[in-house]
Design a protein around this ligand. Structure first.
Ligand code: GLU
Length: 494
């Protein structure tokens, strides 16, 4: 937690930083009112990359002052999402609810220096004022009527309003948008403290961005309109505002703002659906930023190449097919150990502890070329750890017949007698069996595949059996033979 004493340090630090050797300090400041949204994750990524690129610091701040909407579960979801994505922060998480004394101190300071004042207007009064303005075809806004009050209204707890300048303009020098100009006459005196004394968003953000020594505020462009108000508060506090960069929003494939109705929007649902975090990061970095026509960026490349001024001004659309394609590339090209690390979570979800069977990285090596997601890979790898008890109906009808029973019996003999349990001799037995019987190798391989996997999908059979091990292979074949026998005696009896 930052204390009041820290502020003068940062004030000085900021002004000296602005000179030459500015240490970049960026932040991600989510409000914990839901899960970590992919849009938020992209903002966090941009801030993180910018800090990393410049050898600066990245700070996580939880904006939990809305006590009614903030939840501990949401804080945990945000922290979990950041960890899963690997967006490690150098400081924090800071919680705004821990800093109320500090905000109150600044509010007091603003009142004392004449930049803020109590407002006693009731809801009805404010509504009447706005109705009147609308009737006069004016933009509804607070007209500053309590600015000049000289005494308190007894029995009313006032809000505190910031005295916004009434003339002149505020220019937001935005790294993405360029210079955006706002007229002070368009901004009214915003509430900085509620009747119970609790501070509001625009005040807490300024105090924190200042106290935390932030040099760059990278955030969603839904906050662009807040920036002139915040700049005015910075000015009242005699501090220079940070550099702003407002990144455009993410749209769904129908052009509307990305939301739940477009499918998964929470970062953790992408883990659940079998994405690697690097694939999602790579996808997110390309949403609104590009470097030539390069599509695939390692995290190190992103850090080296990313720059905030090459972020697009216009919104970008989320394209799940492209994300899926990227995920497949990452699954294929990452080390088996890395994929196994993430796959083991999915195995756990299926109540499988990979220590009970073959090395998971070896399983990944067999599966990596074949899976688009880790969910697919996990589903198709369960058989390495769990004996199959039921067979896919169609696969069994075709491949577990009385005819294949004979083949399975012969292969049981052959494989039991093998000296060396390795892919090559296993392959030779399959081949010899097919030659002896004058049938295709598939006719021998497929019943075995169904016996061990329950269906017709597996990596090359010889490699699969080698990894599965002799005991598990033989017992799966025995189980399939018994299954066929039981089935045909059922049929005989019918
Ligand atoms: N807490 C705000 C939000 O989640 C962000 C504030 C900011 O970045 O300045 O939208």
């Amino acid at each position: 937690m930052l204390h009041a004493g820290t502020i003068s340090y940062f004030y000085n630090k900021i002004s000296s930083l602005r000179d030459k050797d500015m240490t970049i300090r960026t932040r991600f400041a989510p409000s914990p009112t839901g899960y970590l949204h992919v849009g938020g994750a992209r903002t966090a990524l941009f801030s993180w990359l910018y800090a990393r690129k410049h050898g600066g610091q990245f700070i996580l701040r939880i904006e939990d002052t809305d006590l009614e909407r903030s939840t501990a579960e949401s804080v945990n979801a945000i922290l979990e999402g950041m960890t899963w994505l690997g967006l490690e922060y150098d400081e924090g998480p800071f919680y705004q609810t821990h800093r109320f004394d500090r905000y109150k101190e600044v509010i007091k300071q603003l009142i004392e220096q004449g930049d803020a004042y109590p407002c006693y207007c009731s809801k009805d009064e404010l509504n009447d004022m706005r109705d009147q303005q609308r009737a006069n075809k004016e933009k509804p806004r607070y007209d500053g009527r309590c600015r000049h009050l000289t005494s308190a209204k007894p029995g009313v707890e006032p809000v505190i309003r910031f005295k916004n300048p009434t003339t002149g303009t505020v220019i937001v020098k935005d790294e993405v948008r360029g210079e955006v100009e706002f007229k002070n006459s368009e901004l009214d005196d915003l509430v900085i403290a509620r009747p119970d004394g609790s501070p509001t968003y625009n005040l807490t953000v300024v105090v924190d961005d200042l106290d935390m020594g932030l040099t760059h505020v990278i955030r969603g462009d839904d906050h662009l309109n807040n920036s002139p108000r915040q700049i005015n508060i910075f000015t009242a506090l005699k501090a220079e505002p940070p550099v702003f960069a407002h990144v455009p929003m993410i749209l769904g494939d129908d052009g509307a703002r990305l939301s739940k109705r477009h499918g998964a929007v929470s970062v953790m649902s992408y883990r659940d659906e079998g994405y690697l975090p690097e694939a999602l990061l790579n996808y997110l970095v390309r949403l609104g930023w590009s470097h030539g026509d390069q599509e695939i960026f390692s995290v190190d490349e992103m850090i080296a190449l990313f720059d905030i001024d090459s972020v697009n001004k216009s919104a970008s659309s989320f394209n799940t097919d492209k994300l899926l394609w990227l995920n497949q590339q990452y699954i294929k090209n990452s080390t088996a150990e890395h994929v196994a690390h993430h796959l083991s979570w999915h195995m756990g979800e299926r109540s499988i502890d990979p220590v009970t069977g073959p090395n998971l990285a070896a399983v990944v090596e067999l599966q990596q070329e074949r899976a688009k997601t880790l969910v697919e890979m996990a589903d198709n790898s369960c058989f390495f750890y769990q004996a199959v008890e039921e067979f896919d109906e169609k696969a069994a009808r075709k491949n577990l017949t009385t005819k294949s029973q004979e083949i399975l019996e012969e292969m049981l003999q052959r494989l039991s007698a093998l000296e060396l349990w390795q892919a090559e001799p296993i392959h030779k037995e399959v081949k010899d069996c097919s030659v002896d019987r004058e049938i295709g190798m598939g006719k021998v391989a497929q019943p075995i595949r169904v016996a061990i996997t329950g269906n017709t999908i597996s990596p090359p059979l010889d490699l699969t059996l080698e990894l599965l091990g002799r005991e598990r292979t033989l017992s799966a074949i025995r189980y399939a033979i018994d299954w066929i026998k039981a089935k045909s005696s059922d049929l005989d009896g019918a």
